[in-house]
Design a protein around this ligand. Sequence first.
Ligand SMILES: CC(C)(COP(=O)(O)OP(=O)(O)OC[C@H]1O[C@@H](n2cnc3c(N)ncnc32)[C@H](O)[C@@H]1OP(=O)(O)O)[C@@H](O)C(=O)NCCC(=O)NCCS
Length: 99
Amino acid sequence: MLDGDAVVGYIVGNFDESASDDFLRAALWRINVAAEAQGSGVGKFAVHALADEARKRGFSRITVVWESGQEGPEEFFKAVGFTVIGETPYGENLGALDL
Ligand SMILES: CC(C)(COP(=O)(O)OP(=O)(O)OC[C@H]1O[C@@H](n2cnc3c(N)ncnc32)[C@H](O)[C@@H]1OP(=O)(O)O)[C@@H](O)C(=O)NCCC(=O)NCCS
């Protein structure tokens, strides 16, 4: 994501209709917002952009995996609309955002 000429963050997603696990078909893999740009809506903008792209491609939800913990991104993911739908075999949270 750009703010003028400055890169203030990035998001990485993956779309794979043939993935064997349903939660891997339209997934947010990574999101990062520059420290000085956090809290100003950049992350939310990025998630909406990924959601729009997924919708265009015919997916009905996007998923994300995160580790619990106070410093983690859980509150952010919940604030932008993800709900916890389960746990991975490694004990991480599995969240989904319906489109
Ligand atoms: C998590 C991260 C992507 C959030 O990006 P951001 O641009 O700061 O978030 P936004 O400003 O778009 O916030 C969107 C909403 O989430 C909420 N939110 C964001 N971070 C939060 C936090 N740590 N605690 C509580 N709420 C939070 C905001 O209050 C906002 O809520 P609102 O829409 O009700 O006003 C960013 O902090 C980051 O890059 N963190 C380090 C990397 C990381 O943890 N990545 C995720 C794992 S891949």
